[in-house]
Design a protein around this ligand. Sequence first.
Ligand code: SAM
Length: 342
Amino acid sequence: MNPMAPVDTLGRPLRTLRVSVTDRCNLRCEYCMPEEEYVWLSRDGLLHFEETSRLVDVFIGLGVDKVRLTGGEPLLRRNLCQLVELLADKPLNDLALTTNAILLEEFADPLRRAGLRRLNISLDTLDPDRFVRLTRQRDHDRVMRGILAASRMFDGTKLDAVIMRGVNDDELEPLLDFAASIGAEVRFIEYMDVGGATRWSSDTVVSRAEMLDGLAKRFGRIAAVDEPGSTAPADRFALPDGRVFGIIASTTAPFCRSCDRARITADGMFYTCLYATAGLALRPLLRRGDTDEALAGEIEARWSGRADRGAEERAGMRERSAFVPVSALRADPHLEMHNRGG
Ligand code: SAM
């Protein structure tokens, strides 16, 4: 690790960068984009790939060694493979992409050839009718074809499922079985009250404890997988048959204390927390000709002053409803999850 890399006020280094490449999405998931209308970023304002690549270099200089491309739906960004090519040669331990897999059948091979190393695929249900209710789109068969195509080309794929009470909380076992059948690892995600989750209510959250309890009743003793020093968001567990899965308990047991993630939106806003309401606009600095050193100085100053522990603060609240009201999301769409990238 770079000895000059900054740490924040809680001693957390900057290691992971989530790069959102578009705010557009081809799904309307109930937990992320439940509204009828959205305020979109202007296409002219998106960072060019060369600008994103330059920023990634600056972040690498500050300690980042994992980059994940996200969105919106990143495969909707035109010529995305060109960006992957620009990033593939950089000194990174991980270069991954998060996708809903609708376009993955077409893109799995070009992405792999461009140098992408890993995929996280969002899959909340195996039931096509439920998929329509959850996403307002009819593309479940495309998603499944995309996942199968990718599983033949990529190792280490994670399948991410947001578990909601009364929606898909009866699918933990089928998702575990499906993940095993394609050599992937499933991660169950607690429903978070972030940005776009305007219909969030605590009743709908299925906690990690509840998930583990249900799985233990079905399979027997569940063992925690010991991973000392891990900063991964998921805690990993093993079933008695050896299958390993993860749970991301951001709502009931947040991992803020080890969070090393920074985010940039498709138009170059830099955020130090998924829950942050203020960020730093990097695009004007890029376009007025700031040097790499100047950019690094701005980012480092933000990171060194970082005290965010948004999910922990939310977890400590007694009365909880959606974090951001719709009116505030309309006034600043950067607060949306589909801008932050999850
Ligand atoms: N379109 C891509 C995808 O579907 O993976 C990338 C963007 S999406 C915003 C990234 C991740 O955020 C997805 O795994 C999604 O399930 C998760 N997500 C969105 N809203 C969430 C919420 N309210 N609670 C928990 N996870 C959420």
